[in-house]
Design a protein around this ligand. Structure first.
Ligand code: ZN
Length: 153
């Protein structure tokens, strides 16, 4: 891993991190001074564990819908292809502790959910592939380890 890659996370040594954690990936500043903060929300230890697809997919729907009730700064939240975490992008929001709080509140929403939003063929690209139970298991495990979220290594 000597060559520096274009993608920040390809330069991260995934054998050195300790999931779960919430890591600032980087800050992008636009020409008018607006800033996008991107976070790596790592639920599972890379190459040791991962989220099963159906639960991950439902967690994605639930977090995408609910996190916007806790912050107006959310641009996007989406899963990693390795199924170990999510990326969260925020506009003009620099408060790391508030990020932890909005993630905590969003995961608590997941535990309270009685259905997965938008899990139908009109609103989703793979409506048959959902598990509310699976999403809740992932959320519960993540919440149980909240005290360690700020420690990446
Ligand atoms: Zn979907």
């Amino acid at each position: 891993m000597s060559k520096k890659m274009n993608v920040e996370s390809f330069n991260l040594d995934h054998t050195k991190v300790k999931a779960p954690y919430v890591r600032l990936v980087g800050v992008t500043e636009g020409a008018n001074g607006d800033k996008v903060h991107k976070y790596d929300i790592r639920f599972k230890q890379p190459n040791k564990a991962h989220m099963e697809m159906a639960g991950l997919h439902s967690l994605e729907h639930l977090m995408a819908e609910n996190i916007r009730n806790h912050s107006d700064a959310v641009l996007d939240i989406g899963p990693m292809g390795c199924q170990t975490g999510f990326y969260l992008s925020l506009l003009n929001h620099e408060d790391y502790d508030d990020v932890l709080t909005m993630i905590e509140k969003t995961l608590e929403d997941v535990l309270q959910a009685t259905e997965v939003p938008a899990c139908n063929e009109v609103q989703c690209g793979w409506a048959a592939n959902h598990s509310l139970v699976g999403a809740k298991e992932i959320a519960k495990e993540m919440l149980n380890e909240k005290s360690g979220w700020s420690e990446v290594f």
